[in-house]
Write a protein that binds this ligand. Structure first.
Ligand SMILES: [Zn+2]
Length: 49
């Protein structure tokens, strides 16, 4: 089971664009955006075009 553990998951908030792109977030646990568990889509950018 993959879980970042480091960043908050906020289903009611927008996804953190920086986290989505890079897999990291400089704001860490204090970031106000959502940090979903990374999937095959975020790990394989070529599938996104
Ligand atoms: Zn963030």
């Amino acid at each position: 089971m993959a879980y970042t553990g480091k960043y908050p998951t906020r289903p009611d908030a927008e996804d953190c664009s920086f986290f989505i792109r890079t897999g990291t977030c400089k704001f860490g646990s204090s970031c106000k955006f959502n940090h979903p568990v990374l999937t095959v889509f975020t790990l394989c950018p070529r599938l996104m075009g």
